[in-house]
Ligand binder design. Structure first.
Ligand code: AHR
Length: 312
């Protein structure tokens, strides 16, 4: 028993001495800020040293960060990849150095042999949920939809666009009339929405906004108000993330629905890494987090209270 206890102590000491490199995209949204906070918290609770690198939305910064983590000989690398393409070489370098890589929240188009696992939601499904919600709202009525897309080339922008189109396919009364990137930011959402409103008769011709994240929806709400329309009523709004501010907007009747994306991607990632470090256990290649739809019927004020201190 004593020996087993000593072995366990040695194992937990080894686990707590781990150094993990984390290449984060940047701080474009409230959701991203929460993911960063939770990753830092999770690392601290588990006794790891976290080497944090902010890429400021640039893939070349992420590649440089990964190379520096490899040179340092970290025990694992987490990366939230800003875009889906262009990762093969650096992932191969990590593999040659025998450093496990875990993808957080976004996908890459490289072979899954090049990373240990990916933690994230079903991004196509999120878009489908948003589209199905809108179909339920409008029934047979004509609905001209404007779409604020996420960062061009990122997996959530590609997949959330696809999912929404999957949902409305075969429903000729619902049509996407304008679509442009707002880069997942509030400022981008506001300025692109301003141009949509101008192009669509001051907003008269728009029935709904589908935004690939809540921050862009919040920026767009501001633009809609400044145009003299009532967001949530004149223009229905559905978006993705479930950040506290969108619940505030929903409680005020200014947004209608959001699909939740958990910011705690690091928890499942570190669980998988611990099993791998302990005895080489290979996790599934995709560890899926839940996606849940919230509407104004779900007590948005209470949802805001529950999330407001979580680091968003
Ligand atoms: O990759 C996840 C997306 O990136 C979130 O939905 C968005 O808010 C973020 O910036």
């Amino acid at each position: 028993v004593l020996l087993a206890g000593a072995a366990l102590l040695a194992l937990s000491a080894a686990a707590s001495a781990q150094t993990v490199g984390f290449s984060q995209i940047g701080s474009e949204s409230g959701w991203r800020a929460a993911e960063t906070t939770l990753t830092r918290q999770q690392a601290e609770e588990r006794g790891y040293t976290l080497q944090f690198s902010d890429a400021q939305q640039r893939q070349e910064n992420q590649i440089a960060a990964l190379r520096s983590f490899i040179a340092q000989g970290v025990d694992a690398i987490l990366i939230a990849p800003v875009v889906a393409t262009g990762w093969d070489s650096v992932l191969q370098e990590a593999q040659e150095a025998e450093i496990p890589v875990v993808l957080l929240d976004r996908q890459v188009d490289s072979s899954d042999d090049l990373y240990l696992t990916a933690v994230g939601s079903d991004l196509v499904h999120e878009g489908e949920v948003a589209g199905e919600w809108l179909l339920g709202e409008v029934g047979e009525e004509e609905c001209r939809v404007v779409e604020l897309q996420g960062t061009t080339g990122s997996s959530p922008a590609i997949d959330r666009a696809q999912g929404f189109r999957n949902a409305i396919e075969g429903h000729a009364n619902v049509e996407i009339v304008r679509s442009q990137t707002g880069d997942f930011t509030r400022a981008g959402g506001k300025s692109v929405m301003e141009s949509f409103l101008q192009a669509e008769g001051g907003g008269e011709n728009i029935c709904a906004l589908y935004a690939h994240n809540d921050d862009m929806a919040i920026g767009a709400i501001q633009a809609i108000k400044e145009a003299g329309l009532a967001p949530g009523e004149d223009i229905k709004i559905v978006s993705i993330d479930a950040v506290p501010d969108i619940f505030q907007a929903m409680a005020a009747g200014e947004a209608n629905a959001t699909v939740e994306l958990t910011p705690n991607m690091a928890g499942p990632a570190f669980d998988a890494l611990e099993a791998y470090w302990a005895d080489g256990t290979e996790p599934e290649k995709f560890i899926q987090t839940e996606s849940r739809l919230y509407t104004q019927a779900d007590d948005p004020a209470a949802e805001y209270e529950a999330r407001k201190d979580l680091g968003y």
